[in-house]
Write a protein that binds this ligand. Structure first.
Ligand code: MG
Length: 415
């Protein structure tokens, strides 16, 4: 008897104050279902509508084992393809079908990807601070937890919080997150100088520019940071200016990581074949789930490009688990960003202790122990979902402000 899809639902929950979108795919086999991540935190209602108003009717009655067929069916169903809404919805379904596949095989997903090539997944964490003292103490705290790779920022990405235009802006400048890109460059160089002199060389350092520089400034910035021997410099060049990566590559030997905003294969293909980047770090749900990410990982391996998948707080534990399963089986794995399951300073963390709310809603999320993350060995993604607990943490659907970044003259800059 063939295994067919009987229902597809999208469930919204925010156990740590970040909107998460979970997709559940049910089958005609009693007790056989799968979960996936379709999280697009700032457009959660739109993704839910796509899943429930359109994709449910497309998928009911289809073969739940035909992952590749269903991926392509959903991908081309609306004629216009790709984009974050479509890809996140597709990701929720794709991951759920892989979860089902693992349960049918009675294997954790990394086994279906060829088995482990490493015993645990080394992860990097984010250290920041109001000043260099706080930053260095946060770095030491992570080192004491066995963390060997640390992303260091001072005051985020060179902007403050959302607020009124600062002194020196023109009359009538709108509220926003105001940036001072060149001041940020000077402060960051000084920050790494202090970190290396205090902490030494025995630590891998990462920095995220978050696309907040002009391309020529990014090149000079990369050159200035070369002496600090970074593990990689992330998103130095804005998505819209990708051709500048060729110039950055030619003028600096700093390792380059790029890709959390990508959602179309053409955005990464030439960067990999021309070896213009060292680490590809797409957001799994943003590119359409496990199926395209595994193809990308294997493609990148042929060109000596390593993976460093995006791992922020605005992805559900199903996506974190998917990252970890691919990482375990990937020869060309670099490092895994791990920030989603313990947002620092979150209200939930202060009230209930770290991870309690997320664990209540998502039992089985991969475990962090002394620098490494491990999945459990349950079949599929290995993560469960408690809908009754999830309902205790409703989402809010306001308009986010952190993306309203502005330069001193009041003009918008990409976030
Ligand atoms: Mg980033």
């Amino acid at each position: 008897m063939s295994i067919t899809i009987t229902n597809v639902r999208a469930i919204l929950t925010a156990p740590e104050g970040i909107n998460l979108v979970v997709v559940r795919v049910d089958t005609n086999q009693p007790g056989l279902f799968g979960y996936g991540c379709a999280t697009f935190a700032y457009r959660a209602l739109t993704v839910r509508s796509l899943v429930e108003d359109y994709l449910r009717q497309l998928l009911i009655g289809r073969d739940a084992e035909a992952i590749e067929e269903i991926w392509q069916l959903v991908h081309q169903n609306a004629y216009w393809r790709n984009g974050p809404i479509e890809n996140n919805a597709l990701s929720g379904i794709d991951m759920a079908l892989w979860d089902i596949k693992g349960k049918l095989a009675n294997m954790p997903l990394y086994q279906l990807f060829g088995g482990k090539v490493r015993a645990g997944v080394p992860v990097y964490r984010h250290a920041d601070g109001r000043d260099i003292e706080e930053l260095c103490s946060n770095i030491e705290r992570y080192r004491s937890q066995g963390i060997t790779h640390i992303r260091c920022q001072s005051g985020g990405y060179g902007g403050g919080g959302f607020g009124l235009a600062p002194a020196g802006s023109p009359d009538g400048a709108a509220s926003g997150v105001y940036l001072d890109p060149r001041g940020y460059m000077r402060a960051t160089e000084a920050m790494f100088d202090t970190i290396r002199s205090r902490i030494g060389e025995d630590i891998e350092l990462i920095h995220d520019v978050h696309e907040r520089l002009q391309p020529i400034d990014a090149i000079r910035f990369a050159q200035a940071l070369e002496k600090f021997n970074l593990f990689f410099l992330e998103d130095a060049i804005p998505l819209e200016q990708g051709d500048w990566l060729r110039e950055l590559r030619a003028k600096s030997s700093i390792p380059i990581a790029q890709g959390e905003l990508f959602n179309h294969p053409l955005e990464w293909r030439n960067l990999i074949t021309e070896r213009l980047i060292d680490f590809i770090r797409v957001h799994l749900s943003q590119v359409g789930g496990i199926t395209p990410s595994r193809k990308l990982q294997i493609f990148a391996e042929q060109f000596g490009v390593r993976t460093a998948w995006h791992g922020p707080g605005d992805m559900s534990p199903f996506a974190h688990a998917a990252n970890i399963h691919i990482d375990l089986a990937a020869r060309n794995f670099g490092v895994q960003e791990w920030s989603g399951t313990e947002p620092p300073n979150s209200v939930i963390q202060e009230l209930r202790g770290p991870r309690d709310a997320l664990l209540d809603v998502f039992p089985g999320l991969p475990e962090f122990r002394q620098g490494y993350v491990y999945p459990n060995d349950k079949p599929g993604l290995g993560v469960d979902f408690n809908e009754a607990e999830a309902a205790k943490y409703p989402c809010e659907h306001g308009v986010t402000t952190w993306t309203q970044t502005r330069l001193r003259d009041g003009s918008l800059h990409t976030p």
